[in-house]
Design a binder for this molecule. Structure first.
Ligand code: BDP
Length: 636
């Protein structure tokens, strides 16, 4: 009973600052989903101020009537689709359009709510349906939606012309931040010439990056569900909070089923706690013989008019705790042996792509990785669902990368950053795979405003979700870091023998030991090496190793591993290689067609470092002693 009270108390602290929920659209007896991704048409606004589309109201008529259009796949970044360097490097408004048919019964049945949802578009988006503006959204990497029932019923009925204008311009107040620089030296630049400056090391891919969906719900519908879980002995406890919109008196019923379909608990009412006897906990991959166990929670909300909305949510029952030296999942020490990733691939850029997602999970499982960090922004919901199903643990990061300019620590930036954390927590709070929030990557955390900024950010994130620890990723000096006092886990990035003392792998041992001892000595918090690595151009070899060869990458990794093996007996709780795969960056003299720190190429072929990590990760996994012999690699 005391555990139940604790959970309810924790739930009361969940402050729903954003008004509406953002449940992932799924089909059910009361809901239909129509994917309207595919081939769209596209036009970049190349006018000097990028404002012609708005002046000429391109959303009012079919886009093809406004001027030349081209084909554009959705989801995909638009940058690498054409042969035109201007499209690749375009900054400003681009316009997308698609004509779709909406089933007649959706329109005729006035009890049906029709929603248009964009999985994500980078960066700023405005949406019109049949020429009527339905919503706008600031920020890439997170979903947004609009109820378009009214517009459809008032305009052309079943025909639905969707227009989406997307602008990738980054400013000091966006996340990530950036600046637009106008070049005024007329002897070197033509009139009106400008560039986008950023402080992050990946290509600023743009466009509609995730699926565009139409879906329906009854008018009185389940708007949001919040689940928190714990257990005591063999009893699992699932506390739930369901919010229903469109009816004040809807009757809510919640049923939890096991994987074999057996109902294990049920309750009436929009809040409560479900008790599961002989609970099957959600365990990470390689930590248990039967990892990633998911229950299925069916929520039914029946309104006064008798209509029932049904939504089914996968639920993993597990706990997360942090001590001064350990990260505990289900009260057992968890060691992160994983990767940092990017949403990045040839041609599609940051566009969501199932073959790529499944291949990446297969590679992670092949190499014995049990975790990844969503560096440097939130990944697609479908990726988190895969992680739930495979037991891959996630550090979920917001797009706060490259906050280096003191002006980006102001009130406007902070307010936006808080909103983005609300959007992120709202979207991802129910995923058992997500075990920690990361509020930023490598900010200029030694600048005086960073202290206040991160105090606010971390405490706001905790107020949104008290069940998970919060971190941010630092590369600054332990003595001058102003954010570290506020986080639960210290995540440090370092590049010894790469950006510092290039070529001197013999210094890694000393420098890394010093790094760990300094951070732990000052904060007494567990530490994750959240990035380390070296560029390797696939196929370049040298012995003794030289920078940029596969041997050098391997040697750097080995030197780090020697220290990790000592320190993981003390307070180091994880190691995440930078990076899982090579990825595209903007053009610069330190990048040869992108960043080559991947242990896989951009096409997902292994370099020598991948085999080294594979041996290591499986060896660490085998130490848990829970894996049956047949499931072990290398066979020991
Ligand atoms: C780290 C950044 C990461 C870069 C990496 C590198 O967090 O985004 O790609 O350096 O330079 O500091 O390879």
């Amino acid at each position: 009973r005391s555990a139940e009270r604790l959970l309810l108390a924790a739930l009361c602290s969940v402050c729903q600052a954003l008004q509406d929920g953002m449940l992932f659209p799924t089909e059910s007896p009361s809901r239909e989903v129509k994917d309207v991704s595919g081939l769209w048409i596209f036009r970049a606004d190349e006018s000097p101020e990028r404002s012609r589309g708005f002046e000429q109201q391109w959303y009012k008529s079919p886009l093809a009537e406004t001027g030349p259009v081209i084909d554009m796949p959705v989801p995909s970044s638009y940058n690498d689709i054409t042969q035109d360097a201007q499209i690749r490097d375009f900054i400003g408004w681009v316009w997308y359009e698609k004509d779709v048919w909406v089933p007649a019964r959706w329109i005729q049945d006035r009890g049906t709510r029709i929603v248009l949802r964009v999985g994500s578009a980078h960066y700023y988006s405005v949406l019109w349906v049949n020429g009527v503006k339905v919503t706008e959204h600031v920020g890439g990497h997170l979903p947004f939606e609009a109820d378009i029932s009214g517009v459809l019923r008032q305009t052309s009925g079943n025909q639905c012309r969707i227009t989406i204008a997307v602008n990738n311009t980054l400013t000091l107040e966006t996340l990530p931040p950036g600046t637009i620089q106008y070049m005024t030296d007329r002897s070197r630049y033509p009139a009106g010439y400008f560039v986008q400056n950023t402080n992050f090391d990946f290509f600023n891919y743009a466009g509609i990056h995730r699926p565009v969906l139409l879906y329906t719900t009854p008018k009185a519908h389940i708007d949001d569900i919040t689940v928190e879980t714990t257990f005591s002995d063999n009893i699992g406890l699932v506390s739930f909070n369901v919010s229903v919109l469109g009816s004040s008196k809807a009757a809510v019923k919640v049923t939890l089923s096991a994987q074999d379909g057996r109902c294990v608990a049920s309750a009436d009412g929009s809040r409560g706690v479900l008790k599961v006897t002989d609970v099957n906990l959600w365990w990470p991959y390689l930590m248990h013989e039967n990892p990633a166990y998911l229950y299925s929670m069916e929520v039914q909300a029946t309104a006064e008019d008798g209509q029932t909305d049904v939504y089914t949510l996968p639920v993993g029952i597990r706990t997360v705790k942090v001590t001064s030296t350990q990260f505990l999942i289900n009260n057992k020490p968890f060691y992160f042996h994983g990767v940092n990733k990017h949403e990045d691939a040839d041609i599609r850029g940051k566009g969501f792509d199932w073959p790529l997602v499944v291949k990446d999970f297969n590679l992670m499982k092949w190499m014995g990785a049990n975790s990844f960090r969503t560096s440097h922004y939130p990944y697609a919901e479908e990726i988190l669902q895969m992680a739930d199903r495979h037991g891959i643990v996630i550090i979920d990061e917001c797009p706060g990368v490259g906050i280096k300019d003191i002006r980006s620590f102001g009130n406007v930036s902070l307010a936006h950053h808080l909103t983005v954390m609300e959007e992120l927590v709202r979207r991802d709070k129910n995923h058992p795979s997500v075990v920690m929030w990361s509020v930023a990557n490598e900010p200029a955390s030694e600048m005086p405003p960073a202290g206040f900024y991160f105090k606010e950010l971390v405490s706001h994130t905790r107020s949104l979700d008290s069940s998970r620890p919060v971190t941010y990723i630092t590369a600054s000096n332990y003595a001058r870091d102003l954010g570290a006092p506020y986080v639960d886990v210290i995540c440090v990035n370092s590049y010894f023998s790469w950006y510092q003392d290039p070529g001197h792998t013999e210094l890694i041992g000393l420098q890394l030991n010093t790094q760990f001892d300094n951070w732990y000595g000052k904060y007494q918090k567990p530490i994750i090496q959240s990035e380390y690595g070296a560029d390797a151009v696939p196929g370049l070899h040298s012995d003794p190793p030289m920078m940029f060869t596969e041997e050098y990458q391997k040697t750097v990794l080995q030197n780090y591993h020697n220290v990790f093996d000592q320190k993981r007996k003390e307070f180091v709780i994880g190691e995440l290689i930078w990076n899982f795969a090579d990825f595209m960056t903007s053009q610069s003299i330190i990048r040869v067609v992108g960043n080559k720190k991947g242990i896989f190429t951009r096409q997902r072929q292994p370099k020598a470092g991948a085999f080294l990590l594979r041996e290591r990760y499986w060896r660490i996994a085998n130490e848990t002693g829970v894996l049956p012999t047949w499931a072990r690699y290398p066979c020991l």
